[in-house]
Design a protein around this ligand. Structure first.
Ligand code: KG4
Ligand code: ZN
Length: 352
């Protein structure tokens, strides 16, 4: 007999996207709505937390109605309500959490707290079967983590950034190049028009799996300031291309080292920076060289969205890892602590 379908209504409001989705069995996106505030924040050069939470509050009911209408479903058709609780902007997270609690209360469906970073990882489960063990490279505005996953619950961190996250550096470089927020996609676009002609320092020449990008960031900032002081024109496209090549090469170098050390034959990319075309292409080439199966989400699932939260909630649903109404928002999180907590679930019976 076919198992009963599990429909999860997922909510994501951790930054500047108000998003909801209905996700069936952890991978089938029945409906998704993403309302981005990007244009509003672009005028300020970055996300303004107070404006973000106010806009989430104004829009969340509309996003809910839109999602359920598109899915042609009601709250009663849901098996659980999932919501991002960390990491992110506190005020923004709280709008989603309060909405999720209210929906859970009125529908009497369990509440599932989902970590945003896990959401980025499970964005891959929407379009592909995640085959374990796998290596995951999480590259976002807050993270640069290389993880080894043995199951959805058994994840170890091989390496992480010692300073800035790669997305943060993309955004900073965009700013010194005079590009608008959000910086990453704009640096990506400009880099395509240039060549790697500027000499920049290699981020971290060691044999660990860790990353460091602050030296590269400072080098780009100093180069721009020095050239400006000398009255020299900056070849912006070339500088964007030089930065992107050095930064991405460093990611590739560590992933190659992990391919060699672990012998793992499956690899996924996750997080906002995985939308980067140069990174996607280069990673695919590297995976091919090592005969590793490589997946990266479609663009719409790379950046913040609720479908990935619904996908990440599914393994928690199967283990009945439900939250109480005490659930609170957390702005940051310790990935290692979280993964140790997840690992306990691995040994528990799966309810499917
Ligand atoms: O995952 P995400 O949407 O939000 C966080 O959870 O942090 O990632 C946002 C980051 C930003 O730093 C943004 O500039 C970067 O992802 N990003 C990109 C690209 N698209 C988004 N960075 C480089 N190239 C891109 N195409
Ligand atoms: Zn994100």
């Amino acid at each position: 007999m076919k198992n009963k379908d599990i429909n999860i209504l997922a909510i994501e409001t951790s930054c500047d996207e108000t998003s909801m989705a209905v996700v069936r069995n952890g991978h089938e996106v029945i409906a998704m709505t993403v309302l981005t505030q990007m244009d509003t924040h672009a005028d300020f050069g970055g996300v303004v937390p107070e404006i973000a939470s106010r806009m989430h509050t104004e829009n969340i009911t509309m996003v809910l109605e839109d999602t359920l209408t598109k899915a042609n479903m009601s709250l009663n058709d849901m098996d659980a309500i999932a919501v991002t609780y960390a990491p992110g902007l506190l005020g923004s997270l709280l709008v989603g959490i309060e909405c999720a609690k209210m929906l859970s209360l009125v529908s009497e469906k369990p509440l599932i707290a989902v970590n945003h970073t896990m959401g980025h990882i499970f964005a891959n489960a929407i379009e592909y079967d995640m085959t374990y063990p796998l290596l995951g490279l999480i590259v976002s505005g807050g993270h640069t983590d290389l993880v080894l996953m043995r199951s959805p619950y058994d994840i170890s961190v091989l390496g992480k950034t010692k300073d800035d996250a790669i997305g943060e550096v993309y955004d900073k470089v965009a700013r010194v190049l005079g590009l608008k927020y959000p910086g990453g996609p704009n640096v990506d676009r400009l880099a395509k028009e240039g060549e790697h002609t500027y000499s920049l320092p290699k981020p971290m020449n060691d044999d660990s799996f860790d990353f460091s990008f602050s030296g590269l960031k400072s080098a780009v900032i100093n180069l721009v300031h020095n050239e400006e002081q000398r009255g020299n024109e900056i070849r912006r496209a070339d500088l964007a291309a030089s930065f992107q090549t050095v930064a991405v090469d460093e990611l590739l170098r560590k992933v190659e080292y992990a391919f060699q050390k672990t012998g793992v034959k499956n690899m996924i990319l996750a997080g906002g920076v995985s939308a980067n075309r140069y990174l996607r292409e280069k990673m695919a080439d590297l995976a091919e060289k090592y005969q590793v199966t490589f997946h990266v989400p479609s663009f719409r699932y790379c950046t913040d969205n609720a479908a990935m939260i619904g996908a990440a909630a599914y393994p928690l649903y199967l283990k009945k890892k439900f939250s109480s109404f005490d659930l609170n928002a957390e702005s940051s999180f310790d990935i290692e602590k979280y993964l140790a907590f997840m690992k306990n679930f691995d040994h528990e019976k799966t309810d499917d």
